[in-house]
Every structure is written in C-alpha cells, then in structure tokens.
Design a protein around this ligand. Structure first.
Ligand code: SF4
Ligand code: SF4
Ligand code: FES
Length: 310
C-alpha cells in the first residue's frame, strides 16, 4: 500500500485532475479516493479501510470518470493526470443508493456506523425497496455462533466486505483462520471445514472484530450487554492507555461502563499497530473487573483453547 502520510506526500510529485468542476491536485500514487479526501470531497466507503489492501467488493465508493464506460471504484483506482471525475452526478447517486438498498435488503445493517447511516439518509435509501418477495441470502438466517468465551459471530449482519479475512491474512495477522466459503447467495465467512474457532488456526487476536463494519463480529461482553438492553454508549467513557502485558507497548482504548471495562480496542491511526492487538491486549483485562465473588464475563477458559493460543 502506498505511504500517503503528510511527511511522504509533501515530497511526492503533485498531479493535476478535475473533480466536480474544480481544478485540483494530489500526490502521484494516490487512489482517486485518497485524492478526493485530500481535497475535502467526502466519499462513502464500506469495504475500504486505510490499513487494508483494497478489495473493491462493495462498490459504494464509485465515481464517474470521463471517457470510461463504467463507473470506477475510487478506493482502488489510481489517480492519473488530467482525469475528469464526477462524484455527485445523478448516475453516481443512483449507483450508490442502489448498492445500499441491495445491501440492506440482504443483511441486518442495524449496527452500521453513523457515517454509513448518514450516507443512507443522504441518498434517500428505501430500506423496504427489495423486501417483498426477495430471496434472503443463506447467511441471513444463520444463528449467532457462540463457540468461544471471547467473541461471537453473527453472519446475519455480514455484508461480505472481506475486511476480517484480510485482517486475519497478510494485511495484519498472517493467521489465515478464515476465508469465504460458497458462492453467490450461499457465500459466507468460514473457518476451514466450518470447524469452531478453537479448533481452527484462530489465535483470538480479535483483529477481525476491529475491522468489521457491521457488528457481525462482536466481543462477548458487548453482545451480552446489548442482549440485556444494557449497552449504553451515553454512559460509557473511552480511555487511552498502554497495554501492560509486554514490551511492544500497544496503545489500548478501554471502554468503561458502570465502572467496569467492557471492551478494549486500539486506535486505527496508531503508526505502529494500526488498530491491531493480540489476545492479551484485546481480552486479557477481566481480572481488573473482579469484585469479590463476581465471575468475569469473558474469562478465558484455557482448556477450550489450543496450545499456544494464549
Ligand atoms: S464478518 Fe464483518 S468484516 Fe467479515 S466480511 Fe462480514 S461484515 Fe466484513
Ligand atoms: S496487545 Fe499483545 S503485543 Fe501489544 S503490548 Fe499487549 S501483549 Fe504486547
Ligand atoms: S469502498 Fe470501494 S468498492 Fe468498497
């Protein structure tokens, strides 16, 4: 992936392009998406994340390019000098609206982030448009998978963005515990031969949870609080600290509710870890919550893990 930090980009050659009638420039090596964002033009994305290699499967970031027959995904198409780009034409609006309407007809999008909700509103997405008579994708009726004490997988919320597969692969963890099985309506994220996570190559780093945009992957603490209707973002604080377990010194962001840690994440924009953690940093904080006889919510039962997972 190209290094597009400010320090690097200031040394790069700027190439000119036009977007929405404005004359603009961006460093060579930029994708169209990055060039647009550098110039303050917002573009919706779902399968894209700065820390992952673009796979361009959702198509919500498409733009119109003069001389190009089809719309192009801005997250992966490299900027070329002289390109004339439309980001808000009727054709682009229609395509983005349709992508979002098809997605919401296929999977549960109730936990997507606020940005995506705002884009759905902006494009006037009709959430009921394809509901009547539509054949549900196979994974939309799968029960929530609770096969380990740390996190759940609810593939009825999975939009097949591939982010978890990439984070488990060469973009972060290099563990390759999950991939896409099946094709078309039958496609789904899966371990090899659909074995439980504990029986798979999974090392329970939770880096897949960190990148999932829909809440399909969720720490068990959050899942249980949501089920009890006790997940209260308005009463939560997030504190940044340093993981105490080893010398790598990953940054942690601890979400606290009712004076208990309920989730640990890592900042996406950290220059060393890019949001990744290991099992200890992401899940190894329950001992702090222990009060008297209370049992930890997500205590790691080591007997359910393969050797070397902790
Ligand atoms: S589980 Fe989440 S991250 Fe993985 S493909 Fe589905 S939506 Fe994307
Ligand atoms: S998250 Fe893991 S690798 Fe990072 S500091 Fe903690 S123990 Fe070390
Ligand atoms: S964000 Fe570009 S195709 Fe998904």
């Amino acid at each position: 992936m190209a290094d597009l930090s400010l320090e690097t980009t200031t040394k790069m050659e700027l190439i000119p392009f036009g977007a929405d009638g404005r004359e603009l420039s961006a460093p060579s090596g930029s994708t169209i998406l990055h060039a647009l964002r550098l110039n303050g033009i917002e573009t919706p994305t779902l399968c894209y994340l700065e820390t992952l290699t673009p796979v361009s499967v959702c198509r919500v970031c498409v733009v119109e390019l003069d001389g190009n027959r089809t719309l192009v995904p801005s997250c992966s198409r490299l900027l070329e000098a002289g390109m004339r780009i439309q980001t808000d034409s009727p054709r682009v609006r229609l395509a983005r609206k349709l992508v979002l309407e098809l997605l919401v007809s296929a999977v549960d999008m109730s936990l997507v982030n606020e940005d995506t909700r705002a884009w759905m509103h902006f494009y006037g997405v009709d959430e009921q448009r394809f509901e009547r008579g539509a054949v549900p994708v196979a994974r939309s009726t799968e029960p929530v998978i609770e096969d380990n004490p740390l996190f759940v997988r609810d593939y009825s919320k999975c939009m097949l963005c591939y982010k978890c597969v990439e984070a488990c692969g060469t973009d972060a963890q290099n563990t390759f515990a999950i991939s896409i099985k099946g094709r078309g309506f039958g496609a789904s994220v899966s371990t090899e031969f659909s074995v439980s996570l504990a029986e798979s190559a999974c090392v329970f780093c939770g880096n897949c949870i960190a990148v999932c945009p829909t809440g399909a992957l969720m720490p068990i603490t959050e899942y249980r609080l949501r089920n009890e209707a006790n997940w209260r973002p308005e009463d939560q604080t997030v504190t940044r600290t340093v993981c105490p377990f080893c010398g790598v010194g990953c940054n942690l962001e601890l979400t606290v509710q009712d004076n208990r840690i309920i989730k640990a994440t890592s900042p996406q924009d950290h220059s060393i870890t890019h949001g990744s953690l290991c099992i200890k940093g992401r899940f190894g904080w329950e001992f702090i919550n222990q009060r008297g006889e209370e049992q930890p919510v997500n205590s790691v039962d080591q007997t359910t893990m393969r050797d070397g997972h902790e």
